[in-house]
Design a protein around this ligand. Structure first.
Ligand code: NAP
Length: 256
């Protein structure tokens, strides 16, 4: 049995992750964390409001769907206490990922930070990288529910990073373009523009739009329900048990 802790268990993603853990024959829920939890126990395990209480628990994996401002400390805490992090919380900087990777290597612990656990979104990122080699003019539109705290989304940033491996940095649009309203052209990632839409009713969606002479190519992925992320989370939990370093991106555990 893989013993699992879920941090942020009262949130939208955390609650879905708890149901996923309970439904697996080879997973055992052993701990729950959420600072505003009122209950002492839920789903047959004790509830913690302070992460330090979890250092006493014997757990293999720390699933995290919390908030960008605590995710780095949580991942560090998990590694320092012998738990393999499987992190869905977004908003990590490159240097934070490097620091956590170094810590995982030092501790010989596997782990995963995945900006998107939906298999379709992982494929969208890979297809975008393939296309960017031939269509270097590209813009990203990511669309999420209006409670999302970080922008642009981790998936959009990761998509841009992957495309940057094959796309030469260059300014997107006219050289002398001017914004009459600040932000109209979106965020700048090596000259590529990322646009963030926030609306009630949405879950997580992304379009990657390529343009070339006389043709266009649009790739789109939609997560209509949070269950779409759980196949990837379950896969991540199993896979981190057999590696000894932190990986960034679910694609490292897929045969692509
Ligand atoms: P949410 O509904 O706001 O849930 C976040 C939960 O974390 C809340 O219950 C919150 O409690 C709790 N929390 C805050 N600080 C905490 C702490 N210090 N320790 C433990 N729990 C804490 O948000 P969500 O929609 O579930 O999203 C959570 C994260 O997952 C976001 O970063 C989002 O971008 C990311 N996400 C990732 C994927 C993926 O595939 N990787 C997919 C969807 C979402 P309070 O309400 O008391 O603050």
């Amino acid at each position: 049995m893989i013993k699992v802790v879920v941090a942020g268990y009262q949130g939208k993603m955390g609650a879905t992750a708890v149901q996923m853990v309970l439904a697996q024959d080879d997973f055992e829920l052993v701990g729950l964390l959420d600072p505003s939890a009122k209950e002492k126990e839920a789903f047959g395990v004790s509830v913690s409001t302070d992460k330090n209480e979890l250092s006493k628990i014997q757990a293999d994996v720390w699933i995290d769907f919390t908030q960008p401002n605590v995710a780095f400390e949580h991942t560090k805490f998990a590694l320092e206490n012998g738990m393999r992090p499987v992190i869905g919380t977004t908003g990590f900087t490159e240097s934070q990922i490097q620091t956590l990777h170094a810590l995982s290597v030092e501790r010989h612990l596997g782990g995963l930070i995945a900006p998107n656990f939906a298999l379709g979104a992982v494929l969208l990122m890979q297809f975008s990288k393939m296309a960017a080699k031939y269509f270097p003019d590209v813009e990203i539109i990511e669309l999420h529910h209006d409670q999302k705290k970080d922008a642009p989304s981790g998936t959009a940033v990761k998509t841009a990073e992957l495309m940057a491996q094959v796309r030469k940095a260059h300014h997107q649009g006219a050289a002398d373009e001017e914004e009459s309203l600040v932000g109209a052209r979106g965020a700048d990632f090596e000259g590529l523009r990322i646009h963030s839409v926030r609306l009630p009713g949405l879950v997580a969606h992304q379009e990657v739009i390529f343009g070339s002479k006389g043709e266009g190519l649009t790739l789109r992925h939609d997560s209509y329900d949070r269950i779409s992320f759980m196949t990837g989370v379950a896969l991540g939990v199993r896979e981190v048990m057999s590696v000894s370093e932190l990986k960034y991106g679910l694609e490292h555990f897929l045969e692509l």
